[in-house]
Design a protein around this ligand. Structure first.
Ligand SMILES: [Zn+2]
Ligand SMILES: [Zn+2]
Length: 261
């Protein structure tokens, strides 16, 4: 068993649950502790068996509940040292301790192997991840959100994924014509901001292969995007290349089902 559910995704909080038979981890914990537990229960899993929380970067929508969850379940927090330094006051004490990973390092939690690689985002040390179950080379999950553009490194890392959780943050027209102040629009579409729907399709076009069977579009803006717009663009692209797979759009308000990586 190697499964993932995007518990919630968007600017109000992000968290992804990954599990194997023996290991259960959260990738980011940007919701309140209460909501995180409610979402875990909503997919009929037991929150008491979490093994760790892994943090991608210091923005509140990724760390809000991290300290609370780690304290409640006495589990360690995996985080890069620069990220920890800028948000340790917000995390407060982690009794089971912080475990530091660095960019391009590979670390293991239970029987899950995680590789971190840099994302281009307006933070001290943004990371995206690929995950494998130890001993199983047939499946690979990639998680890439909160990034302004797709670097060569990122494309390289995402290749041969069987499942990809990918940012599809905004529709560029909705962003430009929307109500955000100019500096915020500029930040979102900059190289250190967020991926647009078009950019998400661009990423997939570079990494698609016959073994890719799940795409979950994530971190959609509630202001500058609509699930049906993001979904249609990706679906039209996949149709144009005759690639049939499971396409899911993650939501801020309900968890996706557990997908088999
Ligand atoms: Zn975010
Ligand atoms: Zn962010």
């Amino acid at each position: 068993m190697f499964q993932a559910s995007v518990l919630a995704s968007g600017s109000k909080g992000n968290s992804i649950l990954i599990r194997t038979e023996s290991t259960k981890i959260l990738m980011d914990a940007g919701l309140s502790g209460r909501k995180t537990i409610d979402f875990i229960r909503s997919i009929k899993l037991d929150e008491n068996k979490l093994d760790a929380v892994v943090i991608s970067h210091e923005h509140s929508d990724h760390i809000r509940g991290a300290g609370i969850i780690c304290r409640k379940f006495k589990i360690p927090l995996y985080i890069s040292k620069p990220t920890y330094e800028v948000c340790k006051e917000r995390l407060c004490t982690i009794p089971a301790g912080e475990k530091y990973f660095s960019d391009r390092s590979t670390f293991t939690i239970g029987n899950i192997e995680i590789k971190a690689f840099q994302s281009s985002h307006d933070v001290v040390d943004g990371n995206n991840f690929t995950l494998k179950k130890i001993g199983d080379d047939t499946r690979k999950l990639s998680i890439a959100t909160d990034l302004g553009f797709s670097s060569k490194l990122m494309i390289m890392q995402l290749k041969k994924s069987t499942s990809i959780i990918l940012e599809s943050n905004h529709d560029i027209k909705m962003l430009l014509e929307g109500s955000y102040p100019p500096h915020l629009k500029q930040r979102i579409k900059s190289k250190q901001g967020h991926l647009s729907n078009e950019q998400a399709v661009g990423v997939i076009s570079q990494v698609v292969h016959p073994g890719l069977k799940n795409i979950i579009l994530a971190h959609l803006s509630e202001e500058n995007n609509l699930p049906k717009i993001a979904e249609k663009l990706m679906r039209d692209y996949l149709k144009s290349i005759n690639h049939d797979l499971q396409l899911i759009v993650a939501s801020q308000y309900r968890s996706t089902k557990l997908i088999d990586v």
